[in-house]
Write a protein that binds this ligand. Structure first.
Ligand SMILES: [Zn+2]
Ligand SMILES: [Zn+2]
Length: 267
């Protein structure tokens, strides 16, 4: 639908990284830039994401960072991001107080960051660089025009699917990492744009499971009644055409595989 000059812009979701726990060639792990009306939210900051962010936006023009769960491929680039905010030349050029983006991370994140960085350096690096706010699953966040809710999904650590609603009511739902489950289908019901992980070529042969196949991702998209489904958290070492076809068969419609640099508009 064409938009007039007075209409509010939609939310844009740009894929900075879509790799699973190891990067694609020249790729990055989990990272998505969500923007509306000049407000910028970085959803996940896995390894490789900081460089991809720098290729598109000033890192100190990000209003908030939101971490879905405390696995390395979803937060590790908070380390170089923190070094840039703390020591980068922009700090010296900036007038007044340096920008301190808000960092929304799961409860317990501060302790995790201190243990990670404390292995070699100043353990409060991340907390000094960002304004850390730990969230609980029942919290509702407001970041500029965006309203954000969470749903715990089954994975190896406490993990949150994230639903982001624009000022116009358009919805982007991110399934994070998860095993097959009912909660995501209910949480994402009727969403405009659903990103679901499709990590596996075959289901894990052990319990508890922690990830999904492309066919399972498609089934979750169908059960959620999503208008548009995108597979993510999928390696370039898999057959992506086959994955898309498996997902489309289960979804009952066209499915896309997330591509780094691609931008998806939420109405
Ligand atoms: Zn992951
Ligand atoms: Zn994970």
């Amino acid at each position: 639908m064409a938009r007039g000059p007075l209409d509010s812009p939609p939310v844009d979701v740009t894929v900075l990284g879509k790799s699973p726990s190891w990067q694609d060639a020249d790729g990055a792990c989990s990272g998505y830039l969500v923007e509306e009306e000049g407000v910028r939210l970085l959803l996940d900051c896995g390894n490789g994401v900081f460089a991809k962010l720098r290729g598109r936006r000033d890192y100190d023009a990000v209003d908030a960072v939101l971490i879905s769960h405390l696995h390395a491929d979803h937060f590790l680039d908070l380390v170089p991001y923190s070094y840039a905010l703390t020591y980068g030349p922009r700090r010296e050029r900036a007038a007044g107080e340096p920008a301190r983006p808000v960092l929304h991370a799961p409860a317990g994140a501060g302790e995790t960051f201190r243990r990670v960085v404390g292995a070699w350096g100043t353990e409060d690096l991340v907390e000094n660089a960002f304004e850390l706010q730990e969230y609980e699953p029942g919290d509702v966040l407001h970041i500029g025009p965006l309203t954000i809710r969470f749903q715990v999904v089954p994975h190896y650590v406490r993990t949150h699917a994230v639903d982001i609603v624009s000022s116009l009511g358009g919805r982007f739902t991110f399934g994070a990492d998860c095993a097959p489950n009912d909660e995501l289908c209910a949480f994402a019901q009727g969403t405009d744009l659903l990103f679901v992980e499709a990590t596996l070529p075959e289901p894990e042969p052990f319990e508890p499971r922690g990830h999904m196949t492309a066919g399972e991702a498609g089934e979750h998209g169908r059960r959620a009644g999503a208008r548009r489904l995108v597979l993510t958290h999928i390696s370039d070492e898999l057959d992506l055409d086959h994955a898309r076809q498996e997902a489309e068969r289960a979804f009952g419609g066209a499915v896309e595989v997330a591509r780094e640099g691609a931008t998806y508009a939420v109405p």
